[in-house]
Write a protein that binds this ligand. Structure first.
Ligand SMILES: Nc1ncnc2c1ncn2[C@@H]1O[C@H](COP(=O)(O)OP(=O)(O)OP(=O)(O)O)[C@@H](O)[C@H]1O
Ligand SMILES: [Mg+2]
Length: 250
């Protein structure tokens, strides 16, 4: 379980996260929805310590990670994978090298064993070996997203964080991402030896929210304005979220 209390972050004297309280339950898929510039990325990156908030606490299974020395955070960090909005693949490495990197750095697996894991990850995202020699610039947006998901999966995380996973993708690739989010939930985490698949997604995409969420958070001006099931979200609360109504780009 992840417990967030009174989480705040200012930039240039302006509050971006404004005292956020939230519990994220084990194995749920939580979708955080909000318009542009409302603090979604700052929030999700704070949850994994890519951004240090100014105040507040974040507890993973009772452990306060913000006060934990970085080296002690590593054990928790190993259970966390993050799929960045821009995928953040290394453009000077081919797909095989991008996918192998984590295991080379953080495991004692042999090159042969790493290659086996790479093939499993590629299969997981429904791609084949041909892609392994390609460089990120040779991939379409949809393929790049699948490789970014494969690179996250290879860590065998318990927690998957996605920042805008469907932005810029066509309908077929959006459905692929939806399928992969569902598929991840069925994996057994190597740390816990049980299904352990907590998913947190920040997005503008109402279709994605409907397709995958167990619970939804609406975020506005760095504050949570709604937490509940998707069925409980009224048209009115979406209108309020987006001021004048659901925007054209949603
Ligand atoms: N490093 C930074 N320095 C200064 N301001 C920042 C920084 N990072 C974020 N901000 C500001 O914080 C606010 C929230 O940014 P954030 O990226 O979290 O929004 P978002 O909800 O993810 O938006 P989008 O949907 O466009 O991705 C914005 O006004 C942004 O300009
Ligand atoms: Mg963002």
């Amino acid at each position: 379980m992840i417990e967030v209390r009174e989480l705040s972050k200012n930039y240039n004297g302006m509050p971006v996260l404004n005292g956020i309280d939230l519990d994220i339950n084990d194995n749920e898929t939580l979708v955080i929805l909000g318009p542009s510039g409302q603090g979604k990325t700052v929030f999700i990156k704070s949850l994994v310590r890519l951004i240090e908030p100014d105040s507040g606490t974040i507890r993973y299974d009772g452990i306060d990670v913000l006060t934990l020395p970085k080296r002690k955070f590593i054990a928790i960090q190993k259970k966390i994978a993050f799929v960045f909005q821009d995928n953040a693949l290394f453009d000077f490495l081919n797909v095989k090298e991008n996918l192998s990197l984590y295991l080379r750095m953080h495991s004692k697996l042999s090159e042969k064993e790493i290659f086996k894991e790479v093939l499993r990850a590629i299969e997981f995202v429904r791609m084949n070996e041909e892609v392994l020699d390609k460089y990120p610039e040779e991939l379409s947006g949809g393929m790049m997203k699948r490789i970014a998901i494969a690179r996250a999966i290879i860590q065998q995380p318990c927690y998957m964080f996605y920042d805008e996973p469907t932005t810029g993708l066509d309908e077929a690739n959006v459905e692929m991402v939806v399928e992969l989010i569902h598929k991840f939930k069925k994996r057994v985490c190597k740390f816990e030896k049980r299904v352990c698949a907590t998913v947190v997604i920040v997005t503008h995409d109402i279709h994605l929210m409907h397709a995958v969420s167990d619970r939804v958070v609406l975020l506005k001006e760095g504050k949570i304005v709604f937490v509940g099931k998707k069925e409980e979200i009224s048209e009115e609360s979406l209108h309020r979220l987006y001021d004048t109504g659901v925007r054209d780009d949603l």
